[in-house]
Design a binder for this molecule. Structure first.
Ligand SMILES: [Ca+2]
Length: 201
């Protein structure tokens, strides 16, 4: 019994040792890493004060693309290797059940640490649009394969131009040693030179 308990404690500490969790609640001034879509800009994004899930601010995402599905890049995980798992959860807000606007958490591979718009293929994501009855928590776990080293996690909006949704309280867990770039530390990194960025990965 004592050995079993020891094994359980060891297992729990091993899991803690090999994964890091970063949270982001849009309580500062930074919104997203980048935007993708057909509009100019693809989305209108802003720090919002109503509604919020926790704290005093959230992220406002307004579709501004005439066609297609625009995406707001909200986190970039770098330093991944095959078999690694990345889990993200986020709270989203819309009040239109079974109708647009809606949003989903999605991912794509970007293995080039020098270019936030780099694209190495879809990584898929959550297919559920949510109940549309206010705040609900959504999430997804990606398993790294095919030699990818970078994963960008995005919020996609499904709506007409002018429709808006809100998100808050992002949580990302990745293996220790990976770099998890949220909007605030991504902006800090952008001030670095290409050589300095390359040196980090
Ligand atoms: Ca918040």
């Amino acid at each position: 019994m004592k050995n079993l308990l020891f094994a359980v404690v060891l297992l729990a500490s091993a899991q803690l040792a090999f994964a890091d969790t970063v949270t982001y609640g849009w309580e500062g001034t930074e919104t997203v890493l980048a935007l993708y879509g057909t509009g100019e800009p693809p989305m209108n994004v802003a720090i919002a004060t109503d509604p919020v899930h926790s704290g005093s601010q959230s992220l406002y995402l307004e579709d501004n693309s005439p066609t297609g599905t625009p995406a707001a890049y909200i986190v970039w995980v770098l330093g991944l290797q095959d078999g690694d798992e990345v889990t993200a959860s986020i709270w989203r807000y819309d009040t239109t059940p079974s109708a647009s606007p809606s949003c989903r958490i999605w991912g794509h591979w970007n293995d080039d640490p020098g270019d936030v718009m780099g694209y190495n293929g879809s990584a898929s994501g959550e297919t559920d649009y949510g109940p549309g009855t206010g705040w609900d928590e959504t999430g997804y776990t990606w398993t790294v394969a095919d030699g990818h080293t970078g994963l960008i996690i995005e919020m996609r909006t499904y709506s007409s131009a002018g429709d808006a949704v809100w998100v808050d309280d992002l949580s990302v867990t990745a293996p220790s040693g990976c770099t998890i770039l949220t909007p605030d530390n991504f902006v800090s990194l952008q001030a670095s030179t290409w050589a300095e960025i390359k040196a980090q990965f």
